[in-house]
Design a protein. Structure first.
Length: 457
């Protein structure tokens, strides 16, 4: 009786799962294994919202495997040691897993390969599990990665998609291998009250409804803050409860218009960032392109940073977005751009401060996309226009013209009509929301102030 191990990481699903399919083809029995890695907790990455969503994903994965005769084995400890122990217990000769893109993921694979080699177990690392195109699979002439999105997208769009892997009908797991009880969501403290439920089943249900009802209008509506017309699939993609390859297949199959292509383009952005980070792992903590910024220190900007985090800057659309983040553990993509621009370009605070706060709350927060999106906005990343500034008043009026998004999250302004909600400091008389703080700074005066502070005037 041959046995293989499937090590789950950020790929918590049974549909379109190449490592699981390969293991089932190679062996009579398979051990689906998830290791609760203390190394992740030590980095501070295991934030409450992601931990809660993770528990949902693990429970759903276990249920899916049990419906096929199997189960999920959960262990806690260093990954290499736990995988080696499980392989020894069941006599496995192969371990299959999805490829990682971060420096931590690469180190994990190297440590695992070294640990397994000593007991004659072969490690198989599979590409195109958490991305559509593997990092490094397409490169420009003379360098190891694309530094600009548009040429990458042109090349990426021509790459043939791999075939989808059907979910297995049967998964046989050796009885001798035991695991720990599954973690429960109610054990996680500090979870945002509006956090969505996780798991492959919920993700697939949401995907099906969204493709049917909203994909066609995505190109025209995805920046509408109040309309909330984005897919909200990012948490399921982050945990691998949905396959990005399947999303491209299904989006293109469901609709051939601009909505589908706009959505596929967003999936390409994920792959673009993964290939940048795979080539430049230090970009998770250092400027991808240094601009010589002399950021205000956290001590100097402490009051402004606190106001930004709490959603009380006085700029309504910024405050609405930051309050949405705290309540839901998620934020509209357009809102992410303008809040990041406000912190880095208006308050002139280091992008790492904002990236750290987002990672504390975002259920879909991952090192690759979070850090590189922040750098794109801050002007230290891959943006070809590094000096662009998103004016929060203009952005609010453009993407929330009736003020519905602001009034949803900033109830102090619920009585202010229409687009006037974006400039409450201009109101007078009975419409003026006296309980809402004056803006910390007028935008024009603020920009001048921070330019003087960094010696640019």
């Amino acid at each position: 009786m041959t046995v293989a191990v499937v090590l789950y990481t950020s790929d918590l699903r049974v549909h379109d799962h190449p490592p699981l399919r390969a293991a089932l083809q190679a062996a009579d029995e398979v051990v689906p294994l998830f290791v609760r890695d203390p190394g992740v907790r030590a980095t501070g990455f295991a934030a409450p919202n992601r931990n809660a969503f993770l528990t949902d994903c693990l429970a759903d994965l276990d249920a899916s495997l049990r419906s096929r005769g199997g189960r999920l084995v959960v262990r806690t400890g260093p990954v290499a040691g736990q995988v080696r122990a499980v392989a020894a217990e069941c006599g496995a000769t192969e371990v299959h897993m999805a490829a990682g893109a971060t420096g931590y993921g690469h180190r994990r694979e190297e440590g695992l390969r070294d640990a397994l080699r000593g007991q004659g177990v072969e490690l198989h690392v599979h590409d195109s599990v958490t991305t559509v195109v593997a990092p490094g699979a397409v490169t420009p002439s003379g360098t190891d990665h694309y530094a600009v999105f548009t040429p990458y997208f042109r090349r990426w769009a021509r790459e043939p998609l791999r075939d989808l892997c059907p979910a297995p009908r049967t998964v046989r797991v050796p009885e001798a291998v035991r695991g720990e009880p599954l973690p429960a969501r109610d054990e996680v403290k500090g979870v945002s009250p509006g956090l969505p439920a996780g798991g492959e089943s919920r993700g697939r249900d949401r995907l099906t409804r969204w493709l049917r009802n909203d994909l066609a209008a995505y190109e025209d509506q995805h920046d509408d803050l109040a309309g909330d017309a984005t897919s909200r699939l990012s948490p399921y993609l982050h945990f691998g409860a949905l396959s990005p390859v399947e999303l491209v297949h299904r989006a293109r199959g469901a609709h051939t218009g601009p909505g589908a292509e706009a959505f596929v383009r967003q999936l390409c952005w994920r792959d673009f960032h993964h290939q940048v980070m795979a080539a430049r792992p230090e970009a998770s903590r250092r400027d991808y392109r240094t601009r010589g910024d002399r950021w205000r220190s956290e001590e100097e900007a402490a009051e402004d940073i606190a106001a930004w985090r709490d959603g009380r800057t006085g700029y309504p659309v910024v405050d609405a977005a930051m309050r949405q983040l705290r309540h839901e553990g998620w934020m509209h993509n357009r809102a992410r751009l303008l809040t990041a621009s406000f912190l880095t370009k208006t308050l002139y605070v280091d992008w790492r401060v904002g990236a750290r706060h987002f990672l504390e709350l975002l259920v879909d927060g991952d090192i690759v996309n979070n850090q590189l999106n922040w750098q794109w906005v801050a002007g230290t990343g891959t943006d070809t226009r590094p000096h662009r500034v998103l004016n929060p008043v203009v952005q609010g009026k453009r993407f929330d013209p009736r003020g519905e998004y602001v009034r949803r999250w900033v109830p102090e302004l619920r009585d202010v009509k229409d687009g006037r909600v974006h400039e409450p400091w201009r109101l007078s008389g009975p419409e003026r929301p006296d309980d809402y703080p004056e803006p910390l700074i007028d935008l024009a005066d603020g920009l001048a102030r921070f330019k003087r502070a960094r010696g640019r005037d």
